[in-house]
Write a protein that binds this ligand. Structure first.
Ligand code: ADP
Ligand code: MG
Length: 140
């Protein structure tokens, strides 16, 4: 299988509870390698731009407020079939529906404060990675 990249965010509910290491460990144990990582506090413009596809959804404003409520850790992850591998270890959007052993089942607080973001396609992964990282910041 091909080694690919995906984009991850450790969300403010997880950084607030000091779970950056716990999340990263679960990603690594799932066969993903962190090839870029930085802790940032997103601006409102940055968060609105990142979630632009969700602009018409009823939860958009709350989601943006949540994402700028504290620091996040943005990461580039590399591994075989990285997008799917990451989505599998993340678990379902709503932690109540997530499988045991997934990040969201074990760590998330709610459907909104669900600890992690992960790209949903190779194409979106490339766009999302470029939104936060320069190529020279990614070291595989
Ligand atoms: P995922 O993060 O699993 O790809 P989506 O792309 O559908 O999920 O949604 C983006 C984010 O918006 C979710 O991770 C979650 O933080 C938030 N969200 C999604 N659905 C809801 C909802 N019904 N109510 C509140 N927040 C939601
Ligand atoms: Mg999504």
């Amino acid at each position: 299988m091909e080694v690919t990249r995906t984009f991850s965010i450790i969300k403010p509910d997880a950084t607030r509870r000091n779970l950056t290491g716990a999340v990263t460990r679960m990603l690594e144990e799932a066969g993903l390698r962190v090839v870029a990582s930085k802790r940032i506090h997103m601006s409102q413009d940055q968060a609105e731009g990142f979630y632009a596809v969700h602009r018409e959804r009823p939860f958009f404003n709350d989601l943006v407020s949540f994402m700028i409520s504290g620091p996040v850790v943005v990461q580039v992850l590399e591994g075989e079939d990285a997008v799917k591998r990451n989505r599998d270890i993340m678990g379902a959007t709503n932690p109540d529906n997530a499988e045991p052993g997934t990040i969201r089942k074990e760590l998330a607080e709610s459907i909104e404060a669900n600890s992690v973001h992960g790209s949903d396609s190779d194409e979106n992964a490339a766009t999302e990675i470029a939104y936060f990282f320069k190529e020279e910041e990614i070291v595989g």
